[in-house]
Write a protein that binds this ligand. Structure first.
Ligand SMILES: [Fe+2]
Ligand SMILES: [Fe+2]
Length: 357
């Protein structure tokens, strides 16, 4: 999609979707001539529901999720199903997970869930699994093979280390600059499961792989990093059209590695700054990514937002709508062979990197 076509898509998308600035992703998979039917699904991520005490929760994070669910219910066409991208809770307590699921219960349609590190490191996923079932699985929908992975595991020696309490472990992993954390892993057992799962899938079948952490290595200092990313990518390599959707980073990122297009989702809770604004160590933010404007801290919804993802026979266009910034389209460009940003934001309109100490 180039030039005028992109602009008309933007206009059409804007007209259809200008009603709100909902923090939800709508994913549309369109088949031009394949046997499969076109369909959409919704994708909501990173709500970080935070318990205060009793029945009190941090209202702002509740509101992001309530709004996402409410507006997702108004989408036309109605999504076939929803994916929730992980970090439903802030500190993984049953109260937070249950409250988040209550709020998501407003969604009209089935929801499939991804494990986030904030859901996991208190009880190692016990309550989450009790409520939601297996933490990795696959399913087929109208000609597309979906794989959900738990990408936020880590090394046993860290997980089962000498912690004062389960909550101490949770809090160590929950920090952005987690100096006492540990890099994420999909892990050997799950990679073996994935290898077997993909054995029966045709190489022409579009794959959508959903993880919480990026299945690529971006910024170790903040754990935007999955240590065995290359090994997972190698399993996806034989397929013609592969899209990886991930949460965790709370910002727009996109990349192309070989046959795999990567797209992040924004959060319903808050935006993270870009790693490149904090230069303690090398950032491997994908070169393709054009950073969005930095959030205005006085506007609670700035730099949160939603995306409309449109795939034509597996080539993915992502349409980002941001409350106070220009809309963006990140479209697969056949000539370039990777996603290209159709709406670069002016350097002058960005809040410049801040000094930190
Ligand atoms: Fe998150
Ligand atoms: Fe996360």
């Amino acid at each position: 999609m180039r030039g005028v076509d992109r602009r008309s898509f933007l206009k059409t998308g804007g007209a259809l979707l200008a009603a709100g600035t909902l923090p939800v992703t709508l994913v549309e998979i369109v088949f031009a001539k394949a046997k499969a039917q076109s369909f959409t699904f919704g994708y909501i991520s990173d709500s970080h529901i935070t318990h205060i005490k009793g029945s009190e929760f941090v209202r702002n994070w509740d509101r992001g999720l309530i709004r996402a669910a409410g507006e997702a219910n108004l989408m036309t066409p109605r999504p076939d199903f929803f994916l929730y991208g992980g970090d439903i809770a802030q500190l993984g307590t049953p109260e937070e997970i249950d409250h988040g699921l209550d709020l998501l219960g407003a969604l009209r349609g089935d929801v499939r869930y991804v494990m986030g590190e904030h859901d996991y490191y208190l009880d190692l996923g016990e309550h989450w699994r009790k409520r939601l079932g297996p933490e990795y699985y696959s399913f087929d929908h109208k000609g597309v093979h979906f794989v959900v992975l738990n990408s936020i595991l880590t090394y046993d020696k860290w997980t089962h280390g000498n912690w004062d309490s389960d909550m101490a472990r949770m809090k160590a992993m929950a920090r952005l600059d987690n100096p006492d954390g540990s890099p994420f892993l999909v892990g050997k057992a799950q990679r073996e499961w994935l290898r077997k799962d993909l054995e029966t899938v045709g190489r022409d079948t579009p794959l959508v792989v959903v993880s919480h952490s990026p299945l690529q290595k971006i910024y170790k200092g903040w754990n935007f990093w999955t240590d065995d990313a290359e090994e997972v990518q190698a399993l996806l390599e034989p397929f013609k059209k592969v899209t990886v959707l991930y949460g965790h980073v709370h910002q727009i990122q996109y990349n192309q590695i070989g046959n795999i297009s990567f797209h992040s989702a924004m959060a319903t809770a808050w935006p993270w700054p870009y790693p490149s604004t904090y230069a303690q160590e090398a950032s491997y933010l994908p070169k393709l990514t054009v950073e969005m404007n930095r959030a205005d801290p006085f506007f609670e919804r700035d730099a949160t937002g939603w995306q409309f993802i449109n795939t034509h026979t597996g080539d993915v266009d992502v349409h980002y709508l941001l409350p106070d910034n220009r809309n963006r389209v990140v479209a697969f460009d056949a000539e370039a062979g990777h996603p290209v940003d159709a709406a670069y934001q002016s350097e002058k309109s960005r809040i410049p990197p801040q000094r930190h100490y």
